[in-house]
Write a new protein. Structure first.
Length: 297
């Protein structure tokens, strides 16, 4: 079968998180602003995804309102979230789109100074569903090269987001990624033996989330205000804490969670996690390395 519907089943492995923590908590900041669909980027139309304008259509011309909503993320939202996490000493993983980072070197410098992990979010923030395989392969290679030039080291984590049926195989074949995050299939890391890196190494998957994610703030069926977002994050953490040995991812975007009221909800949740004394707040690369050591393929 080409799908794994069984996973760990009724007996997931003991995670053995450092310090006896019951939950590994991982914050992701998606940095995409400037790499979205735009005529300025050579695309056929404007962006229509993940903004305050729910249900926006793509236009065959520049969409100035949409552009400004994305610009808020890089101009203001990123810095609000940066202050929020650095003031608390909480580590973050950035899913950085290479072309977006290229347009804001100051943000990249701030990520590096904070010792945040900068994983690759691909070359462009576009939908790869129908992109030809050779083009996607070339984009992955270009993303790695540009990321390396901008940050000083190659990315060890990968998250495309809007994937094609070929993405997982192409990422494994590239061979340099410690983990792939293009999955929402589990509460723990696992190995994808269907897609192997050179030498036959099974690709480690550190799954991501779309439910504990601020994208629900700009979705038709999502949260309408910060209190709902906070309660959902809190209840998710508290449930995983009761179960023990689980991982919780929180997905954020500078143009969404970087808005004042939403950032306040994120701060309340982070303070709740810290006050529990039962969480290992870690970067995704740290979780990946822990899993490789304690649960080798």
């Amino acid at each position: 079968m080409s799908r794994d519907l069984v996973g760990y089943g009724a007996a997931p492995p003991e995670a053995h998180w450092p310090g006896g923590a019951r939950v590994a908590v991982q914050f992701v900041l998606n940095y995409e602003e400037g790499a979205e669909n735009s005529l300025l980027n050579g695309d056929e139309g404007s962006e229509a995804f993940l903004s305050e304008m729910v249900g926006a259509a793509s236009h065959p011309a520049r969409a100035m309102a949409m552009e400004s909503l994305y610009e808020y993320g890089s101009r203001a939202g990123f810095w609000r979230l940066h202050r929020l996490f650095t003031e608390r000493g909480a580590p973050v993983t950035v899913f950085g789109v290479a072309k977006a980072m290229e347009m804001n070197p100051a943000a990249v410098d701030a990520m590096r100074s904070a010792d945040w992990e900068i994983a690759s979010h691909g070359l462009r923030w576009i939908d790869y569903q129908n992109v030809p395989e050779d083009v996607e392969r070339a984009h992955i290679a270009e993303a790695v090269a540009l990321h390396t030039r901008l940050t000083g080291s190659r990315p060890l984590g990968w998250y495309q987001g809007r994937t094609s049926p070929n993405t997982a195989r192409l990422v494994a074949e590239e061979g340099g990624f410690v983990y792939d995050a293009d999955s929402y299939a589990d509460d723990l890391p696992y190995y994808d033996r269907r897609h192997q890196a050179p030498g036959g190494r099974a690709q480690l998957i550190v799954p991501y989330t779309l439910d504990a994610n601020d994208m629900k703030m700009v979705a038709l069926n999502g949260f309408t205000e910060g209190e709902q977002f906070f309660r959902y994050l809190r209840d998710t953490f508290d449930q995983l804490r009761r179960e023990g040995g689980r991982m919780m991812s929180i997905g954020l975007h500078a143009r969404i969670a970087g808005r004042p009221a939403r950032a306040a909800a994120v701060a309340r949740f982070l303070d709740h996690v810290i006050a529990s004394h039962d969480a290992w707040i870690a970067r995704r690369i740290d979780i990946a390395r822990h899993w490789l050591e304690r649960h080798p393929a």
